[in-house]
Design a protein around this ligand. Structure first.
Ligand SMILES: NC(=O)c1ccc[n+]([C@@H]2O[C@H](COP(=O)([O-])OP(=O)(O)OC[C@H]3O[C@@H](n4cnc5c(N)ncnc54)[C@H](OP(=O)(O)O)[C@@H]3O)[C@@H](O)[C@H]2O)c1
Length: 320
C-alpha cells in the first residue's frame, strides 16, 4: 500500500480506501463483508468509510462493522484504523433526523458511536450542504464534536465549490481545519474539475472521491448486459438500469479495450485515471467480493496512463 498525506494535514491515508455504503448491511451476507474487511486491512487499507444511513437497513453497516471490530480488531488495532462516519441525509423521522443542524449532527454521531462500539471516529463529515441550516451552525457543530474528542478530524461531503470554500474558511477561523472533502468523481462524473479541486488545493484540504467506478459501471460488470447479482439488479437500486444505455455500454467497451491494451481491467484503468489527479488523496471504492477488492488493489502497481491513452480516453468521454 502507498500512503499519502491528506492535504496539508499530518494524517496519511492509504491511496485506496474502502467504503461500506453497500454490501455490508443487514440484507447482505455478514461473513462476506467480514472477509472483505480482513483482506482490505491485510493489504494496508487502513481507512474505512461509513455513514449513519449505510445499510440497508440504515444503521446496519455501522452495526456490522462494530461487530467485526469487537471480534477481530481489538486492543491496539484501533490505533491502526481510520474510521469515518457522516450525518446529513434522512436517518430518522421528525425534524432532528435529517439536514445539517447541530442537533442532528451531534445526536447522530452519538448513535453511530454506539452502533460501532467506539469512543471516537477519526473523521466526522457533514454529509451534505443544507440550505435550511446556516453553514456557520453546521461548522460549529463539527468544531465542537472535534473539541469534545468524539472525532479527531472534520470533513465535508457533497459541498459544491463555493459552499466548500465558505465551510473551509469558517472551520479555519474556529480552529478546526477541514481535513478532507468527499465529492463524487469518476470518468463519468467530473464536476470537481470545475473549480472544486482548485479550492481544496488552495486551502490544503485533502480529497477522497467516492464512487470512482461509477457504482460498477466502470468495471467489466456491465459490458455484456446486467448480471443478476449486480448492484443495478438489486431492489430499488442506486444504479439505475435506465442509465445503462447502449451508447454507454459501447463507450465502456471502448474504454475496456484501452485497459486491455495496458494489461489492466477496466476497473483498474478507472482507478488509475482518478489517481492521476494530484489533488486526489485516496480513491474511495466499494466492493461486493474479495475478488473485486483484489482486482482493484492492482491499481497500486499500475503504470501511469500515458498522454496518448489519456487523449483517447478524453475523446471517448466527450463523445457521450
Ligand atoms: N458521501 C457520499 O454522499 C457518498 C455517496 C456514495 C458513496 N460514498 C462512499 O463511497 C464508497 C464507494 O462508493 P461505491 O460503492 O459507489 O463505489 P464504486 O467503487 O464506484 O462501486 C462499487 C461497486 O462496483 C462494483 N465493483 C467494484 N470493484 C469491481 C471490480 N473490480 N470488478 C467488477 N465490479 C466491481 C461492485 O458492484 P456489484 O455490487 O454490482 O458487484 C461494487 O459494489 C461508499 O461505500 C461510501 O463509503 C459516499
Amino acid at each position: 500500500m502507498k500512503y499519502k498525506f491528506c492535504g496539508r494535514s499530518g494524517l496519511q491515508l492509504p491511496v485506496v480506501s474502502l467504503g461500506l455504503w453497500q454490501n455490508f448491511g443487514s440484507v447482505d451476507i455478514f461473513e462476506n463483508g467480514r472477509a472483505i474487511i480482513h483482506r482490505a486491512f491485510e493489504s494496508g487499507i487502513t481507512h474505512f468509510d461509513l455513514a449513519n444511513n449505510y445499510g440497508p437497513l440504515p444503521g446496519s453497516a455501522e452495526e456490522n462493522f462494530g461487530r467485526i471490530l469487537s471480534r477481530d480488531f481489538t486492543g491496539h488495532l484501533r490505533d491502526e484504523l481510520i474510521i469515518s462516519s457522516k450525518a446529513g441525509f434522512d436517518m430518522w423521522e421528525g425534524p432532528y433526523g435529517k439536514g445539517s443542524s447541530r442537533k442532528y449532527l451531534v445526536a447522530s454521531l452519538d448513535q453511530s458511536l454506539r452502533r460501532m462500539g467506539l469512543d471516537y471516529v477519526d473523521i466526522f463529515y457533514s454529509h451534505r450542504y443544507d440550505e435550511h441550516t446556516p453553514i456557520e451552525e453546521t461548522m460549529m457543530a463539527l468544531d465542537s464534536i472535534v473539541r469534545q474528542g468524539k472525532a479527531l478530524y472534520a470533513g465535508i461531503s457533497n459541498y459544491e465549490k463555493s459552499e466548500a470554500e465558505t465551510a473551509i474558511k469558517i472551520l479555519k477561523k474556529l480552529g478546526t481545519p477541514c481535513l478532507i472533502h468527499q465529492p463524487k468523481y469518476s470518468m463519468l462524473q467530473r464536476t470537481p474539475e470545475d473549480g472544486l479541486f482548485d479550492v481544496l488545493e488552495k486551502y490544503g484540504v485533502g480529497c477522497i472521491p467516492y464512487s470512482p467506478l461509477a457504482q460498477g459501471l466502470l468495471t467489466s460488470r456491465y459490458l455484456k448486459g446486467i448480471p443478476s447479482d449486480s448492484r443495478a439488479a438489486r431492489p430499488n437500486p442506486s444504479l439505475k438500469t435506465a442509465d445503462i444505455t447502449q451508447q454507454t455500454v459501447d463507450m465502456l467497451n471502448a474504454l475496456n479495450n484501452i485497459a486491455m491494451r495496458r494489461g489492466q481491467t477496466l476497473a483498474q484503468l478507472a482507478l488509475s485515471w482518478v489517481l492521476r489527479e494530484p489533488r486526489v488523496t485516496t480513491v474511495l471504492i466499494g466492493a461486493s467480493s474479495v475478488e473485486q477488492l483484489n482486482d482493484n488493489l492492482q491499481v497500486l502497481s499500475a503504470a501511469k496512463i500515458d498522454d496518448s491513452d489519456l487523449a483517447e480516453i478524453e475523446r471517448l468521454l466527450s463523445s457521450r
